[in-house]
Ligand binder design. Structure first.
Ligand code: CTP
Length: 396
């Protein structure tokens, strides 16, 4: 099947091309790359050579759509079937300093836009224009690199301009099992040198994206090995990372913070380091909970252990299980028991029995501990326990 036929087999792109007629419009980046690899990505990046406002109305004809015109030169369309269409005006970029966002201005041609990109395999465009539908524009020989299995930057200094590309390179090399060409390999030295100038949210964004990859344990390991955690940190072993990956199961972006926890410094300054990170409260809490747990002597009685946990995040226990394999079974067993440990008896019933609010809290906690220890299993056993308390109090 030629490229035009392959594109047309996607009814969405076929219809888009029909709606846009003779306009100069290209599908670029991940979509063409994945098409050649035999995959179809739900996200489509479109590049146009004129003001994007001109394309909004025709694209809306594709169907019900949520539409957002973000900063200048970008529009996002989300369709109910999960398809995301990003429309961007062709641009050229200038990096005033290493590791800062570029100054951008419209480019005159699609080739110019492709040359500003990260890797040759992401610098291919396919025309959607009716008269040359399916034509491949590949100025940097991305197709050849795709066939050879090579990640190749488009110019020297690429990772100095934008060190996030180094994290991206690692992600692609692991995802596709590709190797780096010699120039790209040398670029990692620049990334190591300039990664410290990136803002934390930009690094976080890369770690988030890495956290959904199948080989995410290897991703974090390589990021660290290549000096791309530009702050004081501990080293996490590949075994710890793999154990955490397994413990978490389904891969989610939000898991990044748990992998990150394995790299928290072991020095006394770790808490302050976490406090100063620009993170959500819930993310900081997991990290702080983990730091506390890491220093604690762990009780191996689930009831006693439970009393110390308070409102600690369960994820922090999973991170601990990943770095202390000797505790893994105990911690997993605790979490399993905990899920079933809530007292069944209602507080209202205890109130009717004459207990005060404070007593009720204490009784429920005791029941929880007994359930965790496996000494109480049913609501009836809970009542028997409460009766035994009453009997003790009345001295009989
Ligand atoms: N891009 C770039 N430099 C970056 C980020 C993005 O050149 N630092 C370009 C690449 O051409 C990339 C495109 O923008 O293909 C879209 O970026 P993104 O959505 O992040 O990546 P995808 O290629 O869609 O890949 P993925 O499969 O990882 O989502």
């Amino acid at each position: 099947m030629n490229l035009a036929d392959r594109l047309k087999s996607d009814p969405f792109l076929k219809r888009l091309s029909e709606l846009l007629g003779e306009e100069e419009v290209y599908v670029v980046g991940g979509y063409p790359r994945d098409l050649f690899l035999g995959k179809r990505s739900p996200d489509i990046d479109i590049v146009v050579l004129e003001d994007i406002k001109k394309f909004i109305e025709p694209i809306k004809k594709l169907g019900p759509v949520e539409f957002r015109l973000s900063e200048f030169m970008t529009a996002k369309f989300a369709f109910p079937d999960g398809r995301i269409l990003d429309v961007v005006r062709a641009r050229r970029e200038r990096y005033p300093r290493p590791a800062v966002l570029p100054e951008v201005e419209p480019a005159e041609s699609i080739e110019e836009d492709l040359w500003r990109r990260d890797f040759s395999i992401n610098a291919m465009a396919i025309s959607l224009r009716k008269s040359n539908f399916g034509e491949l524009i590949d100025p940097a020989s991305g197709l050849e690199d795709l066939r050879r299995g090579t990640i190749r930057v488009l110019k020297e200094g690429s990772f100095r301009d934008d060190p996030t590309r180094a994290y991206r390179a690692i992600r692609y090399s692991l995802r596709f099992d590709f190797s780096y060409d010699p120039l790209t390999e040398r670029e990692f030295d620049l990334a190591r040198k300039y990664a410290g100038l990136l803002t934390f949210p930009r690094i976080e964004n890369e770690l988030r994206r890495g956290s959904t990859e199948e080989r995410r344990a290897e991703f974090f390991h390589e990021v660290e090995a290549r000096g791309l955690f530009p702050w004081e940190h501990r080293k996490a072993s590949i075994e710890e990372l793999r154990r955490l990956d397994k413990l978490l199961g389904e891969r989610k972006e939000g898991d990044w913070v748990l992998f990150f926890a394995l790299y928290l410094p072991e020095s006394a300054g770790a808490r302050e380091f976490v406090q100063n990170l620009p993170l959500e409260r819930s993310e900081k809490k997991v990290l702080m909970d983990f730091l506390e747990l890491r220093e604690e002597k762990i009780e191996t009685d689930p009831g006693e252990f439970h009393l110390k946990q308070g409102k600690r995040a369960e994820e922090a226990l999973l991170v601990l299980a990943a770095c202390r394999p000797g505790l893994r079974d105990f911690l997993l067993d605790y979490l399993r028991r905990k899920r079933n440990a809530s007292p069944r008896i209602r507080p209202a019933e205890l109130m009717e029995m004459g207990f005060s609010g404070r007593e009720i809290g204490e009784i429920l906690k005791k029941i929880e501990v007994l359930r965790l220890r496996g000494e109480i299993h049913t609501e009836e056993e809970e009542r028997a326990f409460i009766r035994s308390l009453l009997n003790r109090e009345s001295g009989s």
